[in-house]
Design a protein around this ligand. Structure first.
Ligand code: FBP
Length: 551
C-alpha cells in the first residue's frame, strides 16, 4: 500500500497515556450509582448491571492477569480516532498478558451476528496507528437489539473463546451494548461487554464522559474550512456563504465551529426549539443581519446552520412527524405515494393527506425541499436530516424576504449566495493529537476494565483539559447515564442525549458575542490541524470543553 509522507511520519507518533495507566493499575471503587432518571424502571430492566460503582484507576503494583480474548466492533458514523481506540486496546491487552488476542468484527455490529471477523495482528494494527477512518474493520448501522442477534453473537464469541466485547459507538450503540451486557450477565455466559464513547456529534457526554471522541478533530477540520471561506468572503466581498454542519439533532458542532471562527450568523437548533421560533422568524433574523451589514457596505458574510435545524422549528417538526406516520414503511399511504412517478403529483397527493396546518407549511416550501422531506426514512423510521438542504431552504427564503424589504426601502444591498455542507469532510481526518491521545487512552483503559472482570461499563477518561499525564481513567456504569424515552410508541431505556444547553458556558459565550460578530467582521482563521509544533498550537482541546471545564 502506498502511503503519504504525513501518514508515514504520523505512524511513529506515540500517543500519550494518563500516568495511572502507564504500567499497572489499582482499581478504586467509588460510590454506587443511580440512573439519571427513572431509577425504578431502569433498575428493573437491568437487575445485573444497575447501581454498580464508579471506577477509577490509580497507578498500582504489577499484577499477573490471565490472557484475554477480546472482540471489537465499530458502530455507526465514522469519527477520527477509531483506529487509535483499537490500537490502544491491542497494546492494552498485550500489556495485560502477551498471549491475549484481539478480534475485529467486520462492517459494524452486523459482523458479530453474521460471524464475520478478522484476528487483528501487530502487523495489521501498525498500519493503522494514528490514522483516520474506520476502514481497519469497517463500520455499520445494524442495531443489536434482538435476543436472536445476541444468541447468534454468543455462538461466535464462544467459538473464538472471546471473554469480552468492546462496542465503540454513540449513545444508541452504547445503550445496546448495555442491554447486551445485561443479557449475557443474566445468562451467566461469562462474556463481558464494555462501551466506548464515539461520535463527531458531541452529544454523548455527561459529568463522567467529558466528550465523545472525534468531536475535536472533526470540528477542527470544519473550522479550518469555515475560516478559509471567511477569508474568501472577506477578500471577494460578494457572497454570503450558508454552511450546513453535521451533528444530527445536536448543534454542538455548529457551536464549537462558531467559537473557533466567529461567523456573522450561527443558528442553534436547541435555542430555536426553546424559543419556539418559526421559520419566518429565523428568516427575519437572518435577513435583518444581511441588511445591517449591507448598510455598512458589507454585502458578504458567513452563516452556520446545524443540520438538524428543521426538526426543531415547531411547524416543521409537526410536519415531519405527520410525514413519518403517513410514509411509515409498508403503510397504504406510503405505497400510494411511491406509485407516483411524477414528483408534482406525489407532492399534491401528500399535501392532500396532511392536516390543514402542515399542508400549508409543506406547500410553502421550495419543491426540492418538499421532496427531500419525503425521501426514504432511516432504519429507525426517522427523516434523514443530512439529506435535507436546509442551507438552500434558508438562502432562498432570506432572498425572498430581502426582496420584500427592498420594496419597503429596508434593504439596499446585494445578496449573492454560496452553499456548503460540511460533514463527511471531517469524519475520517487523521486524528488531532488530542483525539489520538484520548482514543488510545480510552482503548488502553478498556483493556484494564476487561482484565478486572467488569461488564456494563463505558470506558471513561476525564480531566481532559489538563495534560494527558494527569487525565483520570476508569469506568462508568452505562445504566448511570440512562433514562426512559418514548421510541416508536414504546418506553425504552436509553442513554440521555446531551443537546446544547442554553445555560452552558459555550452557548453563553456565543450569545454574549454574536451581535458584535454579526455586524463587525470579526472572522478568525484557525488554519489546518497541526501535528508537530508548539503545544498551544498542537495540543489544544476544543473551546467547548475548555469553557465547560472553566467554571
Ligand atoms: P453517529 O451518531 O453514528 O456517530 O453519526 C454521526 C453522523 O455523522 C451525523 O452527524 C450524521 O447525521 C450522520 O452520521 C450521517 O449518517 P450517514 O453516515 O449514515 O450518512
Amino acid at each position: 500500500m502506498t502511503i503519504s509522507a504525513l501518514q508515514s511520519a504520523r505512524a511513529k507518533y506515540q500517543p500519550k497515556l494518563p500516568n495511572s495507566l502507564k504500567s499497572s493499575v489499582k482499581l478504586v471503587e467509588g460510590a454506587k450509582t443511580q440512573s439519571v432518571a427513572d431509577q425504578d424502571a431502569i433498575q428493573k430492566l437491568f437487575p445485573n448491571t444497575y447501581g454498580m460503582p464508579l471506577i477509577t484507576f490509580e497507578a498500582g503494583e504489577k499484577k499477573q492477569y490471565p490472557a484475554v480474548n477480546v472482540g471489537v466492533i465499530l458502530s455507526g458514523g465514522q469519527a477520527p480516532g477509531g483506529h487509535n481506540v483499537i490500537s490502544g486496546i491491542f497494546d492494552g491487552v498485550k500489556n495485560i498478558n502477551p498471549n491475549s488476542k484481539l478480534y475485529g468484527f467486520l462492517g459494524g455490529p452486523g459482523g458479530l451476528v453474521d460471524h464475520k471477523y478478522v484476528e487483528l495482528t501487530a502487523e495489521i494494527i501498525d498500519e493503522y496507528r494514528n490514522t483516520g477512518g474506520f476502514d481497519i474493520i469497517g463500520s455499520g448501522r445494524t442495531k443489536l437489539e434482538e435476543t436472536a442477534q445476541f444468541d447468534k453473537g454468543e455462538e461466535i464469541l464462544k467459538q473464538l473463546g472471546i471473554n469480552a466485547l468492546i462496542i465503540i459507538g454513540g449513545d444508541d450503540s452504547n445503550t445496546n451494548a448495555c442491554v447486551l451486557a445485561e443479557y449475557y450477565a443474566a445468562k451467566n455466559s461469562g462474556i463481558q461487554v464494555i462501551g466506548c464513547p464515539k461520535t463527531i456529534d458531541g452529544d454523548l457526554k455527561n459529568d463522567m464522559i467529558e466528550t465523545s471522541f472525534g468531536f475535536d478533530t472533526a470540528t477542527k477540520v470544519y473550522s479550518e474550512l469555515i475560516g478559509n471561506i471567511e477569508r474568501d468572503a472577506n477578500s471577494a466581498k460578494k457572497y454570503w456563504h450558508f454552511i450546513k454542519l453535521m451533528g444530527r439533532s445536536a448543534s454542538h458542532i455548529g457551536l464549537e465551529c462558531a467559537l473557533q471562527t466567529q461567523p456573522n450568523i450561527t443558528l442553534i437548533s436547541e435555542e430555536v426549539e426553546l424559543k419556539k421560533q418559526t421559520l419566518s422568524e429565523i428568516v427575519d433574523y437572518m435577513a435583518g443581519i444581511v441588511a445591517k451589514r449591507a448598510a455598512n457596505g458589507e454585502n458578504f458574510g458567513v452563516a452556520l446552520i446545524p443540520e438538524g435545524l428543521v426538526e426543531f422549528v415547531p411547524e416543521m417538526k409537526a410536519l415531519i412527524a405527520e410525514l413519518n406516520d403517513l410514509l411509515a414503511e409498508g403503510s397504504e399511504t406510503e405505497k400510494k405515494f411511491k406509485s407516483f412517478t411524477d414528483k408534482a403529483e406525489g407532492r399534491a397527493f401528500v399535501a392532500g393527506i396532511l392536516s390543514a396546518e402542515s399542508a400549508k407549511v409543506y406547500t410553502s416550501l421550495p419543491s426540492g425541499i418538499a421532496d427531500q422531506l419525503t425521501l426514504d426514512r432511516d432504519p429507525h423510521g426517522n427523516v434523514q436530516v443530512s439529506l435535507i438542504e436546509t442551507e438552500k431552504l434558508l438562502g432562498e427564503m432570506v432572498k425572498k424576504r430581502l426582496g420584500e424589504m427592498k420594496k419597503e426601502g429596508k434593504f439596499n444591498g446585494k445578496f449573492g449566495t454560496q452553499y456548503h455542507f460540511f460533514g463527511y469532510e471531517g469524519r475520517c481526518a487523521a486524528p488531532s493529537n488530542f483525539d489520538a491521545d484520548y482514543c488510545y487512552s480510552l482503548g488502553y483503559n478498556a483493556s484494564f476494565l476487561i482484565a478486572e472482570g467488569k461488564t456494563g461499563y463505558m470506558s471513561s477518561v476525564r480531566n481532559l483539559t489538563a495534560p494527558a499525564a494527569e487525565w483520570i481513567a476508569g469506568g462508568v456504569p452505562v445504566t448511570m447515564m440512562m433514562n426512559m424515552e418514548r421510541r416508536h410508541g414504546h418506553m425504552k431505556p436509553v442513554i440521555q442525549k446531551a443537546l446544547v444547553e442554553l445555560e452552558s458556558a459555550p452557548f453563553k459565550y456565543l450569545a454574549a458575542n454574536r451581535e458584535k460578530w454579526a455586524i463587525e467582521t470579526s472572522f478568525v482563521y484557525p488554519g489546518p490541524i497541526q501535528y508537530w509544533g508548539p503545544t498551544e498550537v498542537c495540543d489544544q482541546p476544543t473551546k467547548t470543553i475548555t469553557l465547560e471545564r472553566t467554571k
